[in-house]
Design a binder for this molecule. Structure first.
Ligand code: SAM
Length: 242
């Protein structure tokens, strides 16, 4: 863990407390154990978990620096990334974890209970359903996702959940800039405006990584998100990159 603690400090200015380090240790242990029984995540080795899961989740802090969101929804959270590591950093943040696969949500609930995390809800649901549910629609300071869908589809999953004045955050690989450029029409249609792309470097990871920060500048039109499955099957029009 010393290496993770050092990198969190040097790369993201995060100083982890003994309590936070212990929470990450317990989370890591549960991930390793559950992964033996079911396919929770492709990254199964300890260094991989610490760098590609924990540190990569921490990189989201670059989007808000000293002003973290009071409420966050993590769509397609899988085994809890990036939502649970961010909750460990910000214990008072209200967090909603969402995945369409029940066993992944069961794991998230187990970790939340094991770590005694409060103000966390883990839901087996589709982003498209929550986006049309008044309990969740435009209720969050930040909606985040990693490795869930192409940017134009992701914008339809995330932006309806963000309050006007909040942000959508997409953790992307090297396709981040081109995906974002070609999704700009969809983002505007849904009430968003691309603020910036932040390059993220992780130790030992060669692929370029980007945080795409989108401001929610206007209300999402009532027809979006469309019905479950439609955003992925008929994505909002993509601008051709020339
Ligand atoms: N975010 C996690 C991570 O980076 O480790 C998991 C990424 S995994 C590749 C993508 C997850 O998104 C899957 O668990 C899948 O079930 C979920 N997912 C895909 N589309 C979804 C949707 N429309 N609503 C909710 N979950 C979705």
């Amino acid at each position: 863990m010393e290496e993770l603690v050092r990198y969190a400090d040097s790369l993201f200015d995060i100083s982890l407390s003994a309590r936070q380090i212990e929470a990450l240790r317990v989370y890591e242990q549960e991930l390793l154990e559950w992964n033996e029984r079911m396919n929770l995540t492709a990254i199964r080795d300890v260094p991989g978990i610490r760098i590609k899961h924990f540190l990569d989740s921490f990189s989201c802090v670059l989007a808000w620096r000293d002003n973290p969101p009071a409420s966050l929804i993590d769509i397609g959270t899988g085994a809890g990334f990036p939502g649970i590591p961010l909750k460990i950093l910000y214990p008072s943040m209200r967090l909603t974890l969402v995945d369409s696969v029940g066993k992944k949500v069961d794991f998230c609930r187990h970790v939340v209970q094991k770590l005694g995390l409060e103000k966390v809800e883990a839901l087996q649901a589709r982003a498209e359903e929550l986006g049309q549910n008044p309990r969740y629609r435009e209720k969050y300071d930040c909606a985040v996702a990693r490795a869930v869908a192409q940017m134009n589809i992701l914008a339809e999953y995330l932006l309806p959940l963000v309050r006007v004045g909040g942000i959508m955050l997409a953790q992307k690989g090297d396709s981040g800039p081109s995906e974002t450029h070609s999704a700009e029409g969809a983002i505007h249609l849904l009430g968003g405006n691309v603020r910036k792309l932040i390059p993220v470097e992780l130790p030992g990871v060669v692929e370029d990584r980007f945080l795409v920060v989108v401001d929610k500048v206007g209300a999402t039109p009532p027809g979006y998100p469309r019905r479950v499955g439609v955003p992925a099957k008929s994505p909002l029009e993509v601008k051709k990159v020339v």
